[in-house]
Design a protein around this ligand. Structure first.
Ligand SMILES: *Cc1c(COP(=O)(O)O)cnc(C)c1O
Length: 357
């Protein structure tokens, strides 16, 4: 049985790095992003670790994830509340006072029943999701008319990883959105919602640009995802904090073959053995591991060659060990597959067992 080992000490280490760099005096500002099964790490397992660190706020993808983790946090926000077809999960979530709902359009605001707790998403320049700043007044009218509870106003800065001025342009745009929102709150006599805009890379980068603002205009939360899992994917020109990848993927041996050097292995005999022994291990692309194919040089964490072509449920590795660590850092695999660690991790199937050490 393959398994994903989760190192709780490394998780704690990452938390401390994040806290010290971003909000040393305000631990309540650190929120954890648990969407997509905690980036493949196991949403329940990571929620428990976060709860142990007294993290109060979480962000998830859908109603199912929200209901699983809501008991561990003061507030759990659903980023994509309508992404599952289940009306019953939606109704249960609506009834749970700890669960907040992201609204990214005026239309979606109109769908929510009275008293729903809303976090309103506003576009500040990424042009992906969120209402336009010009629609703020209308959004407040709907919120007021429909008796919705406005819990948050947020945006997503899409330039945290990249050198250049867009990052700052978006921060300024969000500052204007906050100012206008405060005026609208005063007008409609509704309490100030919480403000947030930054992901891991953005928060590491903008940590100082906030402190000079008056308290009401500062961000109240930082939505930290990938850094908790031990990565940052920024431009290499930025200072790189020392984070530790928390997940290590292990596979178990199915069988060993004693073959002659030069034997050809697997589909189409693409690989030629460079050592005597080759074993088959119980993980494949059906488990969410990317498919190792011809022309790729991939090695396990121990340095054993993983032979192309990978199968759906198993792979051949030049090793005889009972257990092999497929990776304990997703970066080399991300490089080989031309992607980012996020994608390598989020691909891992939820049913891969998690072992927290
Ligand atoms: C995924 C996500 C984050 C977290 O981003 P990281 O780069 O993993 O820190 C923050 N905010 C929103 C809205 C997201 O979808």
């Amino acid at each position: 049985m393959p398994y994903l080992q989760i190192d709780s000490q490394k998780f704690l280490h990452n938390y401390q790095v994040i806290l010290n760099a971003i909000a040393p005096n305000n631990p309540e500002k650190i929120a954890i992003v648990l969407k997509d099964n905690a980036y493949g790490h196991g949403i329940k397992e990571i929620a428990k670790l976060a709860h142990y660190l007294k993290i109060e706020n979480a962000f998830v993808k859908n109603t199912d994830e929200a209901l699983q983790v809501a008991p561990f946090f003061h507030h759990t926000t659903i980023l994509y509340p309508y992404s599952l077809p289940s009306d019953s999960l939606l109704q249960q979530s609506l009834q749970n006072p700890k669960i907040y709902f992201c609204a990214s359009s005026l239309e979606s605001l109109k769908d929510y029943p009275k008293n729903t707790r809303i976090e309103l998403k506003v576009d500040s320049g990424m042009h992906r999701n969120g209402i336009a700043k010009e629609e703020l007044t209308q959004a407040f009218q709907i919120i007021n008319q429909n008796n919705l509870q406005l819990k948050g106003i947020f945006t997503h800065n899409g330039f945290g990883d990249d050198l250049g001025s867009e990052f700052y342009t978006q921060n300024v745009a969000f500052l204007n959105i906050k100012q206008e929102s405060l005026q609208l709150c005063a007008h409609y006599k509704i309490p100030k919602p919480r403000f947030h805009s930054l992901n891991s890379s953005g928060a590491f980068r903008a940590k100082d640009s906030h402190t000079h603002l008056v308290r009401d205009l500062q961000d109240d939360l930082f939505r930290i995802g990938i850094a908790f899992y031990g990565y940052l994917c920024q431009d290499s020109a930025f200072f790189a904090p020392k984070l530790k990848p928390i997940g290590a993927l292990y596979a178990q041996k199915i069988s060993t073959l004693n073959l002659e050097i030069g034997s050809r292995i697997g589909y189409r005999g693409i690989s030629t053995l460079e050592r005597n022994n080759v074993s088959t291990y119980d993980i494949g692309y059906g488990d969410g591991l990317f498919r190792v194919r011809e022309g790729m040089e991939v090695y396990s964490a121990e340095g054993f060659r993983i032979l192309p072509r990978a199968s759906m449920d198993c792979i051949s590795i030049e090793s005889t060990q009972e257990e092999v660590c497929i990776f304990n850092d997703a970066r080399p695999l991300a490089r080989i597959f031309g992607t980012i660690p996020y994608e390598i991790l989020a691909h891992l199937h939820a049913y891969i067992p998690k072992v927290v050490i």
